[in-house]
Write a protein that binds this ligand. Sequence first.
Ligand code: ZN
Length: 454
Amino acid sequence: MIAADPYGSLFRGALWPAWEGGLRGRPTLPLWREAERRQWWSRERLQAFQLRELRALLAHAAARVPYYRALLAEAALDPAQITSVADLARLPRLTKTLVREHYDALVDPLTAATHVKKKTSGSSGKPFAFEYDQQSEAWRQAIRLRGWGWAGYRAGARTLYYWGAPVALHGVSGVKTRVDRAIRRETYLDCLAQDDASLARAARVITETEPTCIVTWPIAMAGLARFVTAHRLRTWGTIPVVCGAEALTARDRESIERAFGAAVYETYGARETMLLAAECERHDGLHTMDDAQVVEVVKDGRPALPGEVGEVLVTDLHNLGMPLIRYENGDLAMAGPDEPCACGRGLGRVARVMGRQSDTLRGARGEPVPGILVHALVATHDQLVLDYQLVQRASGEVVLRVVPSSDADGPGVERIAADVARYLGGLPVRVERVASIERGPGGKHRSVIVEPAG
Ligand SMILES: [Zn+2]
């Protein structure tokens, strides 16, 4: 409880506002408080808010962003004339290829110097660059705080990140980040180390640090959960678990619930737009963040009906620095029901999110290793790689196909392979340099392919 956690109260009341608002100069806290209030608005009021924000985004894009100035003129779309979010469908979708081809024209030149620049390797294989403005960063944090908050996450409360090491290590560079983590009371543990000694250590850390929330990759978390149950290591009551980065299967949810209690929450995020959807306490689909984004699920060019699977198109309402409008992020989702959620929030829902699944690799001893590990490892060397694909054959043999960039030296690419090998318990990983990666059926790019064991 908040009252029983004086540090948490101090953190939220004084330390964090000083850090975010003062040192970082970001309005994260006021935005978060507003977002907390807005979630309880009626559906109609939220939709009206969303429409207003969408008009403002389009007006900004038309005035300041060359790519959209041309596009909106061509579509004869006057932002002021938009009467419903459905009017967005008059604009073409923004693919990753279009972003690569028109990168400079998608950026607001007046704020470009202060943008946050990011890259993602993602499940689609090719590294992908994008950027966003400072205000958007504050929105991202505010929406994440609200969504994770449904699971019981609180800023300043003891949180364990049982997460992929490369991502964790990536973030530890820089004094600012280290100070950030210390005052936030976050602990990081490498979830990819799934040998018995590492799993036992993870259980010990949980017993000793008594986290109030665990943020994790679900496949690895389920591995830990099964280990905890099998060895009767549970010393704790219910610890809320926030699952991200990949889809949560019913079987993994069950394993995690058995070891950590029935407070397992699936979330859906992406680096380009941050938190897109999250489960509330009803666990009945995932709420979309309608005050921060427009999430469309599109099938054959029309909105998917409840229960239908379609492509996700996302419009980030507050990234004025690089507007991503109807951005096709490569994921599939099942459209949610029209009726409101029993929790009372006015936010819409998607029923499920697909297309984030990576195949699960087999380590040297047959242990499961999450395929998203490969994306995370490539992301740490993304300047070396234009495109990649990892294939594990039925025999267990592993091949990393890489389209090297012009800056790629030999040893750099070998280092990625060595990192992957380490997480596979020492299985050798052979590097193949290729000119391009073949597309699978339907033109889909699969960056991790695991053939069933022979
Ligand atoms: Zn709900």
